[in-house]
Every structure is written in C-alpha cells, then in structure tokens.
Design a protein around this ligand. Structure first.
Ligand code: HSE
Length: 437
C-alpha cells in the first residue's frame, strides 16, 4: 500500500492530538484514503514530557530541521504557533517542495499572503482548516461547498475563551477575572490572554474567512476591533432583561461595493441561534445568495477537535498526491488572478442598532437632555429603561435605538458625556442579528 509521509513540527496540545489521531485512527484513515498516512517524525524541543503516546524508535526528535529537510517527507504539519520559528519552518518546507498544514491563524492573518504566494510559486498546497473554528469545517465550506454562492455576510462566534467568559458571567454572575482563569485552566485560552479577550484572535480568524468569502487578500489591518474587557455583569443583565445575549462577534458584510469588517461585543436577540452558542463553543452563520443562511457549530478549540481539522487537510492533500494533482482547490478559494482589493468601510460609516447605558444624576429633565442630544444627531430611540439601581450616586439609564449611523452615535455620545448630569463614560454596545439586518 502507498504511503504518504507526514512530519509534525510542535508537540503541544494540538500537535499531540494530531499524533494521537493519526496513530489511533490509522486504519480508519487508511480505509478512507486508500493509502497509509504515516507519521514519520514528531519534532519538539521538549522530548522529555510524556505525551501519553508510544512513538516508534526515531519518530520523536528534537530538531525540526530534520523534518523539513528530509526528502522523504510529503507533508509538514506546523503546530508550533507564533510568527517567528513557525514562519521560517513553513517557508523552508515550501522551498523544499513540501505541502504544509497549519493551524496558525496569527501567522496567516499577519503574513499569510506571502506564505500563500510562496506556496503558489512552488506549486505546493497549504491546508489551514484548523486555523478558524477548530473542528468546524468552515474553510472547506467556504472553499468548496459554497463556491456557487455570492457571499453576502458572515457573523460568527470564533473565540471559545471569550464565549466561555461571557457565558460564565451571564449564567453565574462571577467576575471577568474568575471566568478568564477558568477558561485558561480548561486549556482553550491562548498563552497570552489579551489575544483572546482583546479580540485579536477573533480578528485573525475573520481576516482569513473574509479572504475566502470575498476574493481578496488577507487583510487584518482594516478590521475594526473591540474586545470584551469592558463588558460588565450589569450590561449582561440589562441585555437579558431586553431580550438579548451579549457575544463577541466577528462580522463581515458586503454593503454596496464595500465590506464591513468588525469584531466587537454585540447584543443578539435570544431568538437568533447564535445567542444559544454557549461555553467554549464556536459557530458561524454564512449567508449566500443561493443558500440563504447556513450555520456551522462546534468546538472551536481543544486537542482532538482541532486535530480533526488538521487530519481533514492531510487527507485532502494526500488524496491529491495520490492522483498526481496539486492546487486543485485554490488556497484562498479564488484563482490568484481574481483576487483583488476590496475597500473596507471605516467603523463610523456603518449603520446598526445600539444599546446605550448612561450613568446619570436622578433629576428632573435629565432624560429629556439626553434624548434631545440624540434627536439633534438624528438618532431615533426605540425604548428607554430607567433602572432604579444607584451606582456611585447615579442611576443607569438604558436606551435602545433604531438603526443609526455610527458617526452620529459617536458625535452624540461625545456631547452627552460632557453634560454635567452624566457621571460616568457612556456604554455603547452594538445590536446585531435582529429582523431588519
Ligand atoms: N484561544 C482560541 C479560542 C483557541 O479561545 O477560541 C482556538 O483558536
């Protein structure tokens, strides 16, 4: 039986999962592939820690260069992470004519265009299913299943850590810090928590999806970014009273000839399915002109779910290799000559519904002052809730708006903040997923 030889770089959580799955499900994969996907090397600087796997003699090594320089290796799986060594190894592996599979969304978001160009020049394939949404087959869905569709929008929950934190605060009322510590203990947070909670990880994933959906290069810098660190239990509670859940969303929509591209906490109506994606789970809704809406849902992180996505890439590449074809599916879903820049709207040009919370003095006329400024700025109020809960000598006033322009909202909040009756910075949370979206 034919053998496709795989070399794995990095044996951390996901790398270990890949090795386990390749070994434990070897017969199953062989039955589906018609060839043996043989793990020839697993390279990691730490060869001492027990991964719970019995490698054959000579498989577990400490030098990654042995993997990328071995002419016998067909596919290199990069599970090191980060942007330095991982990038050097990937580029060298490509130069050596090897196909590459990676889960490294940070590297792809920052330098994926160069990596993809290098791979195209060399005629090798890059698989990156595990870079977005863990086990959810969103890359394959975008690159293959939806090719007949003009993609109109994508809205996703793409960071398990943030979703876990927001779910814990919603369900148990614990603090942000306690919830973050729990997420880290459960092993799905990034080593640097700011990558998760400041929204960077979600933006990396959105940049990759936008390239696939719209036929553009990976463009991270134009994605508007807000994380979840300012979300308070009070806003989560008010959101619930108004019929919403708060989630960190990745949003990209084609509006006219330009894209919206943003990552920020958003209130979603409870009757939207994304509102029920809880704990560390991920989900993404994709809207296409033929399919309407589809929803993918699953584990966005973790050893075996992420390894499952890596194996899917390995088998795709191995199948091509067995047939003697390469680059059958374009890496960014479009043929290179059809990838073009698409303008991204600055955040002040978007229009959506808003939730505001003002901390205001409880005096006659305060509400009309706030409403007056909003009216002057062309913002129409949908509902007002004055809550009797005093915080630091002020009461919270919650307002939901009809669709408004972000530029007008920012202008209005600037004026309202400077009113003497306002005691704290106003809170703004965008509302998504309602009926007139
Ligand atoms: N830190 C990421 C998350 C891991 O929490 O979703 C998977 O990318």
């Amino acid at each position: 039986m034919k053998e496709i030889k795989v070399g794995l770089l990095g044996c951390g959580t996901v790398g270990t999962g890949v090795a386990k799955l390749l070994m434990e499900n070897r017969d199953l994969i062989r039955a589906r592939l018609g060839a043996d996907l043989r793990l020839k090397y697993v390279a990691d600087i730490d060869t001492k820690t027990d991964r719970g796997i019995r490698f054959d003699e000579g498989v577990f090594i400490s030098d990654g260069r042995q993997v990328i320089n071995d002419p016998d290796i067909d596919i290199v799986v990069e599970m090191i992470g980060g942007e330095t060594i991982a990038k050097d190894f990937i580029l060298q592996a490509i130069q050596n004519g090897k196909h590459v599979v990676t889960a490294n969304k940070k590297l792809l978001a920052a330098q994926g265009n160069a990596i993809i160009k290098a791979a195209a020049a060399k005629g090798v394939d890059i698989g990156f299913e595990a870079s977005v949404g863990g086990c959810m087959p969103i890359i394959k869905t975008m690159r293959e299943a939806l090719v007949g569709n003009r993609i109109q929008s994508m809205v996703g929950i793409l960071n398990g850590t943030c979703n876990y934190i927001l779910t814990q605060i919603t369900d148990t009322g614990i603090s942000f810090e306690e919830a973050l510590a729990q997420a880290q203990a459960n092993g799905f947070a990034e080593a640097d928590p700011s990558l998760d909670v400041d929204g960077h990880d979600t933006a990396h994933k959105l940049a990759i999806l936008m390239a696939l959906a719209f036929g553009m290069e990976i463009n991270l810098k134009d994605i508007y970014l807000e994380g979840i660190t300012n979300i308070t239990p009070m806003d989560i509670e008010f959101a619930g009273e108004c019929g919403y859940r708060i989630k960190l969303l990745a949003i990209s929509k084609m509006v006219g000839a330009a894209l919206e591209a943003r990552v920020h906490p958003a209130m979603i109506p409870v009757d939207n399915m994304l509102a029920h994606v809880n704990q560390s789970l991920n989900a993404v809704t994709v809207s296409g002109d033929a399919v309407g809406d589809i929803l993918l849902y699953g584990r966005g992180a973790g050893m075996l779910p992420t390894a499952s996505a890596v194996i899917s890439d390995l088998v795709d590449i191995a199948r091509n290799q067995l047939l003697g074809v390469r680059n059958r599916v374009p890496m960014l879903s479009y043929q290179n000559e059809n990838i073009r820049p698409i303008p991204v709207r600055p955040i002040d040009q978007i229009s959506t519904h808003y939730y505001f919370r003002f901390s205001a003095a409880d005096h006659p006329g305060v509400l009309s002052k706030i409403a007056g400024v909003l009216g002057d700025c062309g913002i129409s109020i949908q509902s007002v809730h004055q809550k009797g809960r005093k915080v630091k000598g002020a009461v919270p006033i919650v307002m939901l708006t009809h669709k408004a322009r972000e530029a007008d909202v920012r202008k209005a909040l600037g004026i309202i903040s400077s009113l003497e009756v306002i005691k704290d910075a106003p809170v703004l949370i965008r509302i998504e997923g309602g009926e007139d979206e």
